[in-house]
Design a binder for this molecule. Structure first.
Ligand SMILES: Cc1cc2nc3c(=O)[nH]c(=O)nc-3n(C[C@H](O)[C@H](O)[C@H](O)COP(=O)(O)OP(=O)(O)OC[C@H]3O[C@@H](n4cnc5c(N)ncnc54)[C@H](O)[C@@H]3O)c2cc1C
Ligand SMILES: *[C@@H]1O[C@H](CO)[C@@H](O)[C@H](O)[C@H]1NC(C)=O
Ligand SMILES: *[C@@H]1O[C@H](CO)[C@@H](O)[C@H](O)[C@H]1NC(C)=O
Ligand SMILES: *[C@@H]1O[C@H](CO)[C@@H](O)[C@H](O)[C@H]1NC(C)=O
Ligand SMILES: *[C@@H]1O[C@H](CO)[C@@H](O)[C@H](O)[C@H]1NC(C)=O
Ligand SMILES: *[C@@H]1O[C@H](CO)[C@@H](O)[C@H](O)[C@H]1NC(C)=O
Ligand SMILES: *[C@@H]1O[C@H](CO)[C@@H](O)[C@H](O)[C@H]1NC(C)=O
Length: 613
């Protein structure tokens, strides 16, 4: 059944809900799909970012089943996961315990209290839908640094992870469309990027482009960051350098200015080519990976609306359930720290102490001030304005709805700001590769609701060099219980020190003469009374939020190294026929935004598997 959205002008109403009958891929019916009649050579658990990318590539020559706990986001979330602007304001992305729940889309994961972060429990949104977190993320696209991928290669003892060697996979995964200068209509938001690190002749499924709209507030706040030394990068952030500022591209399909998720990109791409290759099991939760007596993964038990059944894999099982659920499912299946498994009477298949450990997370805080420049929300404040914006969007793929991303800025803290670091903090930071930025700054703004003030402007700082580590464990031996998540925020004092220095940089940006003319009133948050390092730290502890880049809970590493869960081909140590491919195996949080690296990894391992068949 096709439903139409409520629109200002009937002619502009686009169908917003797709029924599964219209989908281009085959869905599996719950039941014991054995290879007698449904030959699943490969079973992918989790139809998320990595899961759909790897399944789609493998489907070229293998029959692949995808087990996905969620459903279809257009049915379950209307246009919220489709229209770029909505990606920034989806209510269920709230991080406090009382966030508005959207159980059809989100896993409803809430951390244990964080003693070093105001004892708060944090809601950590994770996509529970075909497309996974690529269907709810904020779409910024860029890659890590040359030094960070060299570190990856060294940690896993495999030089095929250097930037030069993985660049072909970044290229293969993405297609870039250069900015439409006319539609963006913002000559003061110049896009600079290096086109040579993309290759559109490869027809990469993931669409990467610049929204046809620039938030005026961001264009101003970008100036403040440039004024304090973070000058515009001439190459953007996809060629191995992540330093200075840039208008970054976003995973938006420019054809209709809609979100490019792993579902709308990879899965539809492969479906066009090879409809039979992928069978998707929706609303189906894998509950335990099965092994034969030789510890070879043979499939998984699955539950769909209470019906239990087995999906078998002739060749191998690929686990792509994400940073919290991949370690959970490994532990439920007998792979993890032996002590944890025995606590829950789970038989040990492979004793791997690293499963669920080494959780990296990047956190941020905001400093808010009133400014008198409009923000995107200003243009959508009234029904009349929304009607205008809808016209711009549907007529012309332009206007406020068409765009998500904006301006990102990265730096290593300058000498004057690191002078106060303790020797320990200085030493922790010195362990990162020299080109690894320490802080990312993001500018944004929202309608103020205060008389005489258009906008509340926000400049945030995100920690990209966390020394604190969290962990994930299981509550019981049942998949019905959510994993226990301890984010470990700010448990290492180096992180607080680094963020206090970043806070001072943010205030410096706010005070730069470049934006003096637009300021309206004193600092709103935390306010001018907060000046001592102790007070600043307390503010950070009480207000830090996730930027949703958690990673590394099933870390890739050298065989025999304590903590390593998978080898450099993503194969789980101690068993056969099982790989983990998602952001949980990347051994650290790649500096900046991870989705490009997750897609790259899926491409790389797919290639590996296809070569080995
Ligand atoms: C709100 C938000 C904003 C973000 N913004 C950005 C950004 O702007 N740029 C960027 O680069 N990155 C961003 N990220 C991060 C990025 O989107 C993620 O790192 C990436 O999508 C993770 O991919 P994944 O394959 O590891 O996991 P996911 O994409 O989360 O996939 C996991 C899948 O497994 C399924 N699953 C889990 N358990 C089971 C089970 N037992 N059985 C069956 N299925 C199961 C889930 O439903 C899900 O579909 C953001 C993330 C979030 C949440
Ligand atoms: C999204 O859907 C809602 C509800 O159907 C509708 O009111 C709104 O106009 C739509 N927005 C866009 C940009 O399509
Ligand atoms: C699947 O097979 C198992 C074992 O043979 C059986 O117990 C179960 O009922 C079957 N499930 C379905 C849904 O057919
Ligand atoms: C950039 O241009 C836009 C569109 O004309 C305008 O709204 C905004 O204020 C400008 N920003 C700066 C920093 O001049
Ligand atoms: C959208 O298209 C209609 C019909 O062609 C036109 O009348 C209208 O002016 C257009 N609106 C915008 C904002 O482009
Ligand atoms: C706010 O606006 C009102 C009406 O425009 C004006 O009278 C008042 O002086 C303004 N206040 C400040 C603080 O600018
Ligand atoms: C997780 O980390 C916390 C804090 O370091 C620690 O107290 C706890 O024991 C750890 N839990 C697991 C399961 O490793």
């Amino acid at each position: 059944m096709v439903k139409y959205g409520k629109c200002a002008l009937v002619v502009l109403c686009a169908p917003i809900v797709e029924s599964s009958a219209q989908e281009q891929f085959r869905t599996g019916a719950p039941g014991n799909a054995s290879y007698d009649y449904v030959v699943n050579q490969i079973v992918v658990i989790g139809g998320g970012t990595a899961g759909l990318a790897i399944a789609s590539r493998l489907a070229v020559s293998a029959s692949v089943a995808v087990i996905e706990a969620g459903g279809l986001y257009k049915q379950d979330n209307g246009n919220q996961s489709v229209v770029p602007y909505y990606g920034l304001v989806m209510p269920f992305l709230g991080t406090t315990e009382d966030y508005p729940r959207q159980p059809l889309m989100d896993w409803d994961l809430v951390s244990v209290p964080q003693p070093s972060a105001g004892n708060r429990r944090i809601h950590y949104a994770q996509g529970k839908t075909l497309g996974g977190s690529s269907a709810i993320n904020t779409m910024a696209y860029h890659r890590g640094t040359v030094g960070s991928y060299q570190r990856w290669a060294d940690l896993v003892d495999d030089q095929s992870y250097t930037f030069d060697k993985i660049l072909p996979y970044f290229k293969k995964s993405s297609t870039i469309t250069r900015p439409d200068v006319q539609k963006r209509n913002a000559p003061n938001a110049t896009v600079l990027y290096d086109p040579t690190v993309f290759d559109n002749s490869l027809h990469g499924p993931l669409q990467v482009s610049w929204g046809n709209w620039v938030d005026p507030t961001q264009s101003w706040l970008a100036r403040s960051l440039q004024a304090i030394g973070q000058t515009l990068s001439s190459s953007g952030f996809s060629s191995g350098k992540v330093s200075g500022g840039a208008w970054v591209p976003t995973t938006i399909d420019p054809k209709g200015a809609t979100r490019s998720s792993s579902k709308s990109s990879y899965l539809s791409f492969v479906s066009e080519k090879n409809k039979a290759g992928v069978t998707v099991y929706l609303h189906s939760q894998a509950s335990k990976i099965l092994f034969d007596k030789d510890k070879r993964a043979t499939g998984t038990t699955v539950s769909t609306e209470g019906r239990e059944y087995v999906i078998s894999a002739k060749e191998e099982v690929v686990l792509s359930a994400g940073v919290f659920h991949s370690p959970q499912l490994l532990m439920l299946s007998g792979i993890g720290p032996a002590a944890t498994l025995s606590t829950h009477s789970i038989g040990v298949v492979s004793d791997l102490s690293g499963v669920g450990q080494n959780l990296w997370d990047q956190i941020f805080f905001n400093v808010l001030r009133g400014i008198n420049v409009p923000n995107t929300g200003t243009y959508l404040a009234t029904p009349t304005q929304q009607a205008v914006a809808l016209q711009q969007y549907f007529n012309n793929t332009a206007g406020p709805y068409s765009s998500a991303g904006g301006y990102l800025s990265f730096e290593r803290l300058p000498p004057k700001d690191r002078a106060a670091f303790s020797p320990r903090t200085a030493s922790m930071l010195s362990k990162f590769p020299a080109d690894w930025p320490e802080i990312e700054y993001i500018a944004s703004g929202f309608p103020s609701g205060i008389a005489n003030l258009t906008t509340i402007g926000a400049i945030s700082a995100t920690l990209l060099t966390p020394s604190s580590r969290g962990n994930v464990t299981i509550r019981s031996a049942s998949i019905a219980d959510a994993p226990v998540i301890d984010l470990g925020w700010l448990t290492d004092p180096a992180d607080g020190e680094t963020l206090v220095a970043a806070f001072k940089r943010v205030r410096e940006a706010w005070k730069s003469p470049a934006i003096a003319g637009i300021l309206g009133g004193p600092e709103i948050l935390p306010g001018d009374a907060i000046t001592s390092d102790a007070d600043i730290l307390k503010f950070i502890q009480e207000s830090a939020r996730p930027i949703w880049h958690a990673s590394s809970t099933c870390a890739m590493g050298k065989a025999g190294k304590v903590g390593a869960v998978v080898d450099s081909k993503a194969r789980v140590f101690g068993v056969k026929g099982l790989r983990v491919v998602d952001n949980s195996v990347i051994p650290f949080s790649v500096p900046g935004h991870p989705q490009s690296s997750v897609y790259m990894l899926a491409e790389k391992i797919a290639d590996e598997i296809l070569k080995g068949r």
